[in-house]
Design a binder for this molecule. Structure first.
Ligand code: HEM
Length: 458
């Protein structure tokens, strides 16, 4: 299935046509690899009509319209206005206790691995971590995955539901594609469809539970739970005074869990650990910096406060560099050309063509990022406009990731807290990790690390 290897396939097309700025990827689909295309497609410059998200997004939308999946520019602008405050610096502070609680649970598990010295798959644990954390933040529900050490049925459902979306995204029936696919009598398709229905039901139950708990908590303490969902519940459209109803909240929850909780953060942390292990000189620099900044922390097992760790540029640069090399959303996020057509990089395209710039392709454009395949966090010390334009790991323009600060908060706290407490190595230092794709670009194999506590407890 081309859909399962989309990013690699598009990259091969560009490799086979050196110097090409565009390749055709379908009867009405074109991918570009040029900074001007990023601005034309995703930018919203003066006097320029912004391209809308294409029908591919319908394949993933759930029970109602969510911020991520809505294709209407008007409703998107309204929703974004409503929830913007929920992702502000002030809100981040409210979320931090949940991040800390989840990091502490993660560290308990890491302590066990450090005690035995047993090699383990750290990516697996990052997955459990982000799932637990997004459960806390977006659902108000603690899955307890880190405690039991196994993925929840819910994680499986998220993945299967994504697969269903992926398949229906190939069908040409727009918002009816999901319905049409659900009628296909193949056992595999029916398996995915059932999982999707179960997943959406789960989100409904979880949200109902959330409302019940909220009421109980408010009655006891006079305070509401301060998480992302609460920000959505309280969101008001300043123009109309409108609030989201239950179905809309459910759609937001499901899409946050599918898009944000489903691996983007865990994949990013995975690559950060992998590249730190692969680049001992950078790892040593980071450890020295952390030891200078936090001399007392070696033994505490407490997550470092975000206000202090977010000043460590090396971590931030390593994060951006990993998102450049391995963007979890690596394919071209498709947009439709306006009905009158558009000129992109001197090519005229008629209306209704799905165009995009794959983050995984332009992130390795040698004209923008010299020596593009090597991990060089320091390249982000002096950033050119082109580097910024071509960094699509978190999207670009009006649809850019609204959760990027939330992601940055937990990623930076985690990556700073680990080397303060442990020495870590890859079990097989020579192992080279690649990516495999199914909606999200994930590591293509298991790699294991060995941890040792830096200060041994008696
Ligand atoms: C490292 C982690 C993350 C990565 C790499 C990432 C990546 C992205 C990308 C590339 C987009 C643009 C998608 C498009 O144009 O089709 C996006 C949008 C979005 N992301 Fe993230 N994301 C991350 C974490 C999060 C988190 C933690 C949240 C929520 C708490 C979140 C919520 C969203 C939402 C709601 C949108 C849609 C925004 C809109 O259309 O206005 N993301 N993300």
């Amino acid at each position: 299935l081309k859909e399962q290897r989309r990013t690699k396939w598009v990259n091969t097309q560009f490799d086979q046509n050196p110097g090409a700025v565009a390749v055709r990827t379908g009867p009405k689909a074109v991918s570009f690899n040029h900074p001007d295309a990023v601005k034309a497609i995703y930018g919203h410059g003066k006097g320029q009509e912004e391209f809308g998200k294409s029908s591919w997004y319908d394949a993933f939308s759930t029970t109602g319209e969510s911020l991520f999946f809505t294709r209407s520019k008007k409703r998107h602008a309204m929703k974004r206005r409503m929830v913007a405050h929920g992702f502000s610096a002030q809100s981040l502070q409210l979320f931090e206790p949940y991040v800390d609680l989840t990091i502490e649970k993660f560290m308990k598990r890491m302590d066990e691995f450090a005690r035995t010295g047993e090699p383990f798959d750290i990516y697996f644990w990052f997955e459990l971590f982000t799932m637990d954390l997004m459960g806390e933040l977006a659902l108000g529900n603690n899955f307890g995955l880190l405690e039991v050490g196994t993925p929840a049925r819910y994680s499986k459902l998220v993945e299967l539901s994504q697969r269903f979306g992926n398949l229906s995204g190939i069908l040409p029936f727009g918002k009816y594609s999901k319905k049409v696919l659900s009628w296909v009598p193949l056992p595999y398709v029916q398996h995915l469809w059932k999982a999707r229905v179960e997943y959406l039901e789960y989100a409904r139950h979880a949200l109902e539970q959330r409302f019940r708990n909220d009421r109980a908590q408010a009655e006891q303490t006079g305070k509401q739970r301060q998480d992302i969902m609460q920000r959505f519940i309280e969101a008001v459209d300043p123009d109309t005074g409108r609030r989201m109803d239950f179905d809309e909240l459910r759609a937001e929850t499901s899409s946050l869990m599918q898009v944000a909780g489903a691996s983007t953060g865990s994949v990013t942390m995975n690559w950060m650990i992998y590249y730190l292990c692969k680049n001992p000189e950078i790892k040593t620099r980071l450890i020295n910096e952390l030891d200078t900044e936090f001399p007392q922390q070696k033994d505490s097992g407490k997550p470092l406060p975000y206000t202090q760790v977010n000043t460590i540029r090396l971590i931030e640069h390593a994060e951006i560099e990993c998102l450049r090399l391995h963007p979890p959303i690596g394919y071209a996020m498709p947009r439709d050309t306006p009905p009158s057509g558009a000129v992109i990089c001197n090519y005229f395209l008629p209306g209704g063509v799905a165009v995009g710039v794959p983050a995984a392709t332009i992130g390795r454009n040698a004209a923008v990022y010299p020596d593009p395949n090597s991990f060089q966090p320091d390249r982000w010390t002096y950033v050119t406009t082109e580097m910024k334009t071509c960094f699509l790991g978190l999207g670009f323009g009006s649809r850019q990731c609204i959760g990027r600060n939330v992601a940055n908060q937990f990623v930076v706290k985690m990556i700073a807290s680990l080397p303060v407490r442990y020495e870590g190595e890859m079990e097989e230092p020579g192992l080279v990790l690649g990516t495999k794709e199914f909606t999200i670009l994930k590591p293509d194999r298991e790699y294991r690390v060995v941890l040792k506590r830096r200060v041994e407890k008696p």
